[in-house]
Design a protein around this ligand. Structure first.
Ligand code: PEP
Ligand code: MG
Length: 758
């Protein structure tokens, strides 16, 4: 059964359209269970009915014709109850409806299993038999497993299919479709989709066409040669370690790449107009499928080899296309799993929007995008990636929606919304040089979070009083090895100089979790609970000491450096890091004669363990800064990067507010400077609660700062205090949001945190 399940899932995942997905499911499930019939019914929201979409066993002419209401028939019943129904004599059930046109007469037993994705019933899988016997409980469990595993693929294929149908029926006319994701940077972006070729997933290759087949064939042959020489080198390197049979496999791989029929198939597809990547992936996927269907186990296993080779060649083809690609002037960058690193070497002034299928609003890509003010949608899991290349898209970063092929009316409405946002931002610019003082006299320091070179100017223009968090790992992303001490020094000096005399809090390297360096891969089962932040720095003092030395040298003569340590979870860790900082300082001053002041050192509070050690930590550092992004993820046990649980991730959860309250009380009692540098500080509503709890320094993205300032200039300090106290007593984040919406619902405030609807 497990082998059957694996085969079905693999085949479905490599299918390229909804009909193909459904046809694989019905064929393979019917054969795996030796059933008489296997059918799939999918919900059609237009008329609220379940429609027969694919069948093996019933008449094909019934497809699309059998349509059942929400509670009609056994299919409607399964969907309504959201649980399996296993009947020996289906025709005797009160809900049974007979469809003569389907040829259902001889079938008695019935097993219906709902297909549910993200709590929504997409449809029903049905198996039928002529004999009057219930399906065995193992068979029922198998169908439930298949359904649960495939629901995501069906949802995705459905979305893809909708878009395809719309574009086919459109015949050049605009037919818009809307897809949903997680709103991750507010704003409206309008532009053409450009696919980031980061993934070597053969099924995600877009359907591209070419005008110059000859040069496309040349690219293809070069990619083949490069992959071949990889295999030769790899084989030669491993020759001594492998048995002769194992070594022979390399020969087989190379022969596959030389195979004139395989190459010929791709070349003729290119000659007929397809781009090399499209032609190659289609041919390889076809061969993978053929191998998977073979009876011989050895040959069946070769499917993985063909797929692996396919990916290698694709990798080379993508490399070429990336260097040749010129970003259009108004580009929307779309990718399967974009990381913050992609923004490092892209002309960001051409980026109107970013969409990633994976990740969430607290992934680092989203944080960097917010710093740059680029409308961003994360976790757009159902976006038909492969078909978007070159299409016009609208990214609504307020609502978290993507609109493809927008109609003229829709585009006009969004352009209007864009203009309104621009006007509001222009208005807010006037507040730049006004100190942030809340009515009632409470002064709040607004700082900025930085990391990319591109955001320095924006940060300076925002009116920030200091840099509260400079993420040093970001410049580390753009390289092929760790930067040297001198290279780091130059980068840090530029940052310190740009903001001097304002202070710059530089956080030491915080990699791990969703931040991987290309040249320092960390492969872990549970990366957010693994080797992250300070843990890596302490295990690699040679990397940490170089970084500290570079920071100290960069600050010479400027004296505006502060050093901050991420992911501190115990006093011992902090002391070790402080010792190393001390060592670097002594080396530079006493041994190398540099004249620099000892910079203030601080720790981040972003791990629950640290919340309860604020007092002990305060005694050893000059300042503390709360990282609400990680603190929220660890307190709520919700992966900040996982779109599936993104709805549970909320820093306004009363438990997070309670933790923030404890931290503030403890730090104040110890007389230790305290700030917040997580994203909550840059949310106008979050900022009100934080000031109400007693926080006086808030650090945020430059693009969010003006709205926070405007909010705090209008909300009396006494009201912020009262709201914070009331929020602490509420039961969940929705209740806190409700309270804030009620109390801060005036239009001049709502425009700062709640965009008008298009
Ligand atoms: C945080 O965790 O809140 C934080 C500021 O650090 P990062 O988002 O870089 O993990
Ligand atoms: Mg963090």
């Amino acid at each position: 059964m497990l082998a059957n399940l694996r085969a079905i899932v693999q085949d479905v995942n490599s299918a390229r359209s909804l009909p193909e997905v459904l046809s694989i499911i019905v064929k393979e499930l019917k054969s795996a269970l030796s059933a008489g019939v296997c059918s799939v019914y999918l919900f059609d929201p237009r008329d609220q009915r379940y429609v027969l979409m694919a069948t093996e066993g019933l008449r094909q002419t019934a497809i699309g014709k059998i349509r059942l209401g929400m509670r009609e028939g056994l299919v409607g019943l399964v969907a309504a109850r959201e649980e399996p129904l296993n009947l020996q004599n289906a025709d005797q059930h009160a809900n049974f409806v007979y469809f003569e046109e389907a040829g259902e007469a001889p079938y008695h037993s019935f097993l219906g299993v709902p297909i549910i994705h993200q709590r929504k019933v997409l449809g029903v899988l049905v198996l039928q038999q002529t004999t009057e016997r219930r399906f065995a409980s193992e068979e029922e469990a198998f169908v439930v497993t298949v359904s649960a595993q495939l629901s995501g693929a069906i949802a995705h294929a459905e979305a893809t299919g909708v878009l395809k149908r719309l574009s086919l029926s459109g015949r050049g006319k605009s037919r818009e479709a809307t897809f949903h994701g997680i709103a991750s940077c507010p704003g409206i972006g309008i532009g053409r989709a450009v696919l980031s070729a980061q993934s070597s997933d053969l099924t995600l290759v877009p359907e591209r066409y070419c005008t110059d087949s000859a040069s496309e064939i040349k690219l293809f042959r070069e990619a083949l040669d490069a992959a071949k020489s990889d295999m030769q080198n790899l084989g030669a390197g491993l020759q001594e370690k492998l048995s002769s049979e194992e070594f022979a496999l390399f020969e087989v791989y190379i022969r596959m790449l030389d195979d004139s029929s395989l190459v010929g198939e791709v070349v003729s597809a290119i000659e007929s107009g397809q781009a090399a990547q499209t032609a190659w992936s289609a041919v390889i996927l076809k061969h993978v499928k053929t191998f998977r269907k073979m009876d011989d186990v050895y040959l069946r296993e070769r499917a993985a080899d063909v797929s692996d080779l396919g990916k290698r060649v694709l990798g080379y083809l993508q490399k070429d296309s990336m260097t040749a690609a010129v970003l259009p002037r108004r580009a929307i960058l779309v990718g399967e799993d974009l990381s913050a690193a992609v923004l490092a070497d892209i002309p960001v002034n051409r980026l109107m929007g970013i969409i990633s299928l994976k990740g969430s609003s607290n992934s680092h890509l989203a944080i960097v995008a917010r710093a740059l003010g680029i409308p961003t949608i994360m976790g757009a899991t159902n976006l038909p990636l492969a078909e978007l290349e070159g299409q016009e898209l609208i990214v609504d970063g307020f609502k978290g929606t993507v609109i493809s092929r927008p109609s003229r009316t829709c585009r006009r409405a969004y352009l209007q919304r864009q203009r309104e946002e621009k006007l509001l931002n222009k208005d807010l610019e006037k507040l730049r040089d006004i100190p942030c003082e809340m009515p009632g006299g409470q002064r709040i320091a607004l700082w900025v979070n930085t990391g990319l070179r591109h955001d320095t100017l924006r940060s300076l223009r925002s009116g920030a009083e200091a840099v509260g968090l400079y993420r040093t790992e970001i410049p580390f992303f753009m390289r092929s090895s760790f930067p040297t001490e001198d290279e780091q020094m130059a980068i840090y000096r530029e940052q310190l100089q740009a903001f001097a005399p304002r202070s710059v809090t530089m956080r030491t390297l915080d990699i791990g979790g969703d931040k991987a360096l290309p040249y320092f891969p960390i492969d872990e089962e549970n990366p957010f609970l693994g080797w992250r932040g300070i843990r890596i720095s302490l295990d690699h003092p040679e990397i940490f000491l170089v970084q500290i030395r570079a920071m100290l040298r960069a600050a010479e003569g400027l004296e505006n450096l502060r050093i901050m340590l991420p992911m501190i979870s115990s006093v011992g860790e902090l002391e070790c890091a402080l010792d190393l900082i001390d060592r670097a300082y002594q080396e530079l001053t006493t041994e190398e004669g540099l004249r620099i002041e000892r910079p203030p050192v601080g720790a981040m509070i972003e791990v629950p363990a640290a919340v309860y050690q604020v007092k002990a930590l305060s005694r050893r550092v000059r300042f503390l800064s709360v990282g609400t992004n990680d603190l929220t993820q660890y307190l709520l046990a919700v992966d900040r990067n996982n779109p599936r649980v993104a709805n549970l991730y909320n820093s306004l959860h009363p438990s997070v507010l309670q933790a923030l309250n404890i931290i503030c009380q403890q730090a104040n009692a110890a007389g230790c400077e305290l700030s917040v540098c997580g994203e909550l500080a840059g949310d106008p509503l979050g900022a009100v609660l934080l000031t109400g709890l007693g926080y006086r320094h808030l650090s945020m993205s430059a693009s969010g700062l003006p709205k926070v300032k405007s909010m705090l200039l209008q909300v009396p300090y006494s009201l912020a205090k009262e709201l914070a106290q009331r929020a602490l007593k509420l039961s969940d984040a929705a209740a806190v949001e409700g309270l804030l919406a009620r109390e801060l619902g005036r239009p001049e405030l709502t425009k700062l945190y709640q965009p008008s609807v298009v």
